[in-house]
Design a protein around this ligand. Structure first.
Ligand SMILES: *Cc1c(COP(=O)(O)O)cnc(C)c1O
Length: 418
């Protein structure tokens, strides 16, 4: 071990000892097989209390109350959970619900938005989105544009940073129906200017839809205060809802009467159990729901919301910043100095500050092979084609020591690739 190695390892130990949230890391399932989990931004770790939670759900709610539980609590559940997620992102109650996948919710809300805009003004035929947005966001926009005969105005985003206010200002016009961007870029971790971009969209009469997949549960947002129209987000990333747990949608209350979504099902009808001959949408948020809510798939999400409410999103963000700053220092120590095949790895994320989210991406041509070897050792970040390793820092479940071990192992594998 070099002196430098000792210094980042010692710093990690100091930071863990001083971390006011340290005790919560043991609230999650930890396995000896995992040396460092640096991918909580793709799939959060499970809470250790989940076996009890599921057992009680099956014995009591499902097994005992049986179908009575729909009236007693399950019909309200998508909205009750939506209100709690809404509180994490600055949304007053009655505007968020838990339902389909992020992909399906994007489809429903993009269609709802552009259809309302086209009805008001047939010349609003453009959707603004960036070319580095998450694939599903881009593919949904391509599909809706084809369905509705719309045009896509692509913003060329810097993959090491993200979409700027100036780029949005240059892209929007009175032809823009909708602007769809990610709050935090899935690749670089760049935090976009939600307030400024939303205001810029509104100034030309466009609607703004934000994808919060990489920010909800880790970075506070102010949807209501920013005047955001629509939003979606994952619950299996920083909300630890488990593989495939349903997404949430947000529709600002002022739009409830104006937007209609394309998958009109009985659960979104004005009177669900009237079993009426024709679809009549509910007057409130429920009109954006289609079918039976995925109750079982929200058990883990609810447990994580309780923990987040106990800790508070501001404290979570504080630890996220500390972990990310520490990861940057550990990369400077263990990884960046080494040249492999004539090249250093490059940090492709924003500098410390308000525009940096809770993950860092590092690029090097050898990383596909390096990441595969790290996974074999239980050092789990993720590889993002073509050459990025993403280091995700989920504050409540990640220790500084874990970050140090993982990044030291990355440095070692990179040197071995030489
Ligand atoms: C993870 C993620 C998604 C995932 O969508 P699914 O429908 O849950 O597969 C969508 N958008 C962004 C920005 C993401 O990070």
């Amino acid at each position: 071990m070099t002196t430098a190695d000792r210094s980042t390892a010692a710093l990690a130990a100091e930071l863990d000892a001083a971390d006011p949230l340290a005790a919560h890391t043991s609230a999650f399932v930890r396995s000896d097989d995992v040396v460092a989990y640096l991918d909580g931004n793709s799939l959060g770790r499970p809470l250790a209390a989940l076996p009890e939670r599921f057992a009680s759900f099956i014995a009591d709610d499902w097994g005992t109350r049986l179908i009575r539980a729909w009236d007693e609590q399950w019909m309200r559940r998508p909205y009750a959970l939506g209100d709690r997620i809404g509180a994490l992102v600055g949304a007053a109650a009655g505007q968020a619900f838990v339902g389909d996948s992020t992909t399906v919710l994007l489809y429903k809300l993009v269609r709802a938005a552009v259809d309302a805009q086209l009805a008001a003004d047939p010349a609003r035929r453009e959707i603004v989105i960036d070319d580095d947005n998450f694939p599903t966001d881009r593919y949904i926009v391509e599909g809706v544009a084809a369905e509705r005969g719309l045009e896509i105005r692509w913003i060329a985003a810097d993959p090491a940073s993200g979409v700027t206010l100036e780029q949005v200002e240059a892209a929007v016009s009175e032809r823009t129906a909708l602007v769809l961007l990610s709050h935090v870029a899935y690749r670089s971790g760049f935090v976009a200017d939600m307030a400024g971009i939303t205001a810029t969209a509104h100034a030309v009469g466009a609607l703004a839809l934000w994808d919060l997949c990489h920010s909800v549960g880790v970075i506070p947002a102010q949807l209501d205060a920013c005047g955001v129209d629509l939003a979606v987000g994952c619950t299996y990333k920083y909300l630890n809802g488990g593989p495939g747990s349903p997404a949430f949608g947000y529709v600002a209350e002022r739009l409830h009467g104006q937007l209609a979504q394309p998958i009109q099902g009985w659960m979104g009808a004005a009177d669900v159990f009237a079993m009426g001959p024709r679809y009549e949408p509910a007057g409130d948020l429920r009109r954006f729901v289609s079918g039976t809510p995925p109750v079982l798939a929200t058990v883990a999400l609810e447990a994580m919301l309780e923990l987040l409410e106990q800790v508070g999103i501001a404290a979570v963000r504080e630890k996220s910043v500390a972990l990310t700053d520490f990861a940057e220092a550990a990369l400077a120590e263990h990884v960046l100095p080494h040249r492999v095949d004539g090249r250093h790895a490059v940090l492709a994320s924003p500098p410390a500050g308000p525009h940096r989210g809770s993950h860092l991406t590092l690029t090097h041509p050898s990383f596909s092979a390096v990441n595969a070897r790290l996974w074999e050792q239980g050092v789990i970040g993720d590889f993002r084609a073509p050459d990025g390793i993403r280091i995700g820092l989920s504050p409540l479940s990640t220790t500084f020591a874990e970050v140090e071990l993982g990044i030291a192992a990355l440095g070692e594998e990179l040197r071995r690739a030489a």
